[in-house]
Every structure is written in C-alpha cells, then in structure tokens.
Design a protein around this ligand. Structure first.
Ligand code: AOF
Ligand code: ZN
Length: 371
C-alpha cells in the first residue's frame, strides 16, 4: 500500500468524523474518489436513512468516477438496508479500484461487499489506516461483534482523586473547557446514562446544550436532530417524576422494581423498562444487552461512585475519561469509584492511551487491560 493510499484514506477518515454526532445507529463513514491523483468526489454519511458516504462521493464525481479509485473508511455495503447497496453503486459508476480501511462487522455485509466488487473485476484492498477506522466506530463494532454497546465512563476528580464533598456537593470540580468536552462526549453517545444517587444529589439533566458544544453550525444542527437517549438506572424507583431530568424531554428508566408504575411514567412521556436484578440493583449487563438490541452503539456513563463502580466491577467498562482538576478536596471528600479492594493484586490494571490539557484541567483516557 502506498503513501498516497494513506493520504487519501486520512482524508476519508476526516470526512467520516463529521458524522461523529449524528450517524448512530449507523457507523461514521467517509469516502473519497480519486482520478489521476486528484480528488474528484467526496462524501460522508450524516444520518441513518440518508445516503451512504459512497453515494454522496459518486454523485459529486459524476463521469469522473469511471476508472477512478474509491477510498472508503468502511467496506461498501452489499445489502438493502434503509438504502441500496453501495457496492452496486460503485460497480455501476465503473470505478477501477476500491480501498477500504476495514471490513464491515455487520453480519449482513461482513466481506460480501468487497467480494462483490472483486467479482465485478474491481481491484480491491482492505486495511489502510484500519486502527484509526476501528477507533472511530468502536461502538458500532462492539455492538455488531458482541451485542453490547461500547461503554465510556466519564469521571471528574480533584488531583487527590476525590469526586465530591462529603455532603455530595460536586459542582463544579472541573472548568468550562472540560464541561464543553463532556457536552461533546454526550452528543456523540447514543445513550447518556446515570443513576438515582446522582440525580437526587445534583438534579442533573444529562442534556446536550447546543450552544456549549463548540462545534460549527452544520455539526451542531446535526447533533441537535439526534440527541442521545437519557437513561436513568433507578432500581427502586427513588427518583420522583418531578425532578428536572424528567421535565426536559423523554427518558428511559431501567428498574427492577415492579413495573406497575409503567403507566405513571408513560403518562409523562417516559419509558419504564423492567430489567432483572437483585437487591434493588439492576443487572447492568442485561440492561446493556437490551440497549444494544435497540441499536445503541455508545453509552456515556456519568454516574456517581456507586454506579460507576458497579460498571467497573462487572467488567463492563471499555474506556474511562477522567477529568482531573487542579484542586484538592481533602480527606473527608468522596472517592472517585466505590471499588472495595484489599490487595494490590486485585487492583484493575488500566492502560493510559492519552493525556491532554483541557483548559486548566487534564483529561486522561484509559482502557482496562484485558488479560
Ligand atoms: C457503507 N457506507 O456510509 C455506511 C455504511 O440502513 P442503511 O441502508 O443505512 O444501512 C446501514 C448499514 O450499512 C450499517 O449497519 C453498516 O453495515 C452499513 N453502513 N456502509 O457502505 C456508509 N454508513
Ligand atoms: Zn452503503
């Protein structure tokens, strides 16, 4: 694979990233069509139900697609979903070569798109900038391969690892830049999830506020059309419907309390989902399986130490985003995670992938080491 392939695939990935806030349940995909070393068509997938990246790029390229090379960040589809197969579109346009970053993990495609192209006499290669492409669609891939969403846990802490005062007071540990970053994390998620403790303590709404996203007009408008579903884990139905969380839009409440309250939630525009559990605690894996079945790719957990700790203990966390503020909250403040451990050997091992400054705070991205 040539340097040129990398260059054009990098451009296709950049286009794909424009769909970060709007394509779910679909993956983010970008496409670049190149004739004689020049880009003649570009496209990206914006919303499920709307044309795929290849369609936009082919439209722009017109006749210049004949004999050209198409760079796509995901294997072109071969099935009739909400839209017709892109592999057929590429064949009809007469492209000479297709370069994909990765195979489509969707079992309806899974190699069939590339095979169909090859059978039509098109030169096909796959795997250019694959790890970048996989990172962009970690949620879609996890759902397709494991039937579970990608779970990202956001935590905010002081330099001494505390997350709230003993009273529960936690606003604000981090500064405005970190909070804007959290807004973008919410907007890119299919679900923003929290627990009863957090809602009762902070009166959190878990909404995306368009003016705080710091995105351009086009992406902000797209994000607004596809806000994440807000999910409350409330095993014992402790959070009253009068809370702000329930006033700002529809929500899903996962509970293991008797579902007799369903109509009361429904009347207010919310869904009550009965999930098995024990001792008033929802079985989080079962909840995630149900969310994935509904097309949820990425879940952002913004919860207190108990619920975040429960996700960690159940081995359900794919990534931590820990915002670290230049403050010391002291010894009576609350720890970041409720994770009772006695021996060093029991401590979960993480790998830090990235640390960056966000305003006056620092953002640490870490993933569990899977042994
Ligand atoms: C592509 N290019 O830009 C995207 C693809 O319901 P549909 O028709 O939108 O199909 C959705 C499926 O198509 C999705 O699950 C994934 O397998 C593939 N997405 N494929 O060739 C694109 N977004
Ligand atoms: Zn397609």
């Amino acid at each position: 694979m040539s340097e040129r392939d990398h260059l054009f695939m990098a451009r296709a990935l950049k286009l794909a990233r424009k769909g970060l806030y709007s394509t779910h349940p679909n993956p983010r995909v970008g496409c670049v069509i190149v004739q004689d070393g020049r880009i003649v068509g570009e496209g990206w997938h914006a919303r499920a139900g709307e044309p795929h990246a290849e369609v936009h790029a082919l439209r722009q390229a017109g006749d210049k697609a004949r004999g050209a090379t198409a760079y796509v960040t995901l294997e072109p589809c071969s099935h009739h979903g909400r839209t017709p197969p892109c592999a057929d579109g590429l064949i009809a346009a007469g492209v000479g070569r297709v370069v994909a970053a990765m195979q489509d993990p969707n079992p309806q495609v899974a190699g069939n798109g590339l095979r169909r192209l090859a059978e039509a006499g098109i030169a096909v290669s796959c795997g250019v900038l694959e790890s970048e492409a996989r990172a962009l669609n970690a949620g879609f891939i996890k759902r397709m391969e494991h039937g579970l969403p990608f779970v990202r846990v956001k935590l905010a802490m002081s330099l001494d690892g505390r997350t709230a005062m003993a009273s529960g007071e936690s606003q604000w540990i981090t500064g405005p830049s970190a909070r804007a970053e959290v807004q973008r994390l919410r907007a890119q998620a299919s679900v923003v999830l929290s627990g009863a403790d957090t809602l009762l303590a902070d009166d959190a709404r878990l909404t995306v506020r368009p003016d705080e996203l710091g995105l351009g007009a086009e992406l902000t408008a797209l994000a607004q059309r596809r806000p994440p579903l807000r999910v409350l884990v409330d095993g014992r139905l402790r959070v009253p419907l009068s809370k702000a969380f329930f006033q700002v839009g529809p929500a899903l409440v996962a509970t293991c309390a008797a579902a007799t309250a369903r109509d009361r939630y429904l009347a207010e525009g919310h869904e009550l989902l009965a999930v098995p559990g024990s001792n008033g605690h929802v079985d989080l894996r079962k909840l995630l399986l149900e969310l994935a079945a509904r097309g949820v790719n990425e879940v952002l957990v913004e919860a207190g130490p108990r619920l975040a700790g429960a996700f960690a203990r159940a081995g359900l966390v794919d990534e931590y985003r820990i915002f670290m503020a230049p403050k010391l909250l002291g010894s009576s403040a609350r720890p970041l995670l409720e994770l009772p451990l006695n021996r060093m050997a029991e401590a979960p091992q993480l790998k830090i992938l990235d640390i960056r400054a966000v305003g006056d705070d620092w953002q640490v991205t870490a993933v569990p080491e899977r042994l």
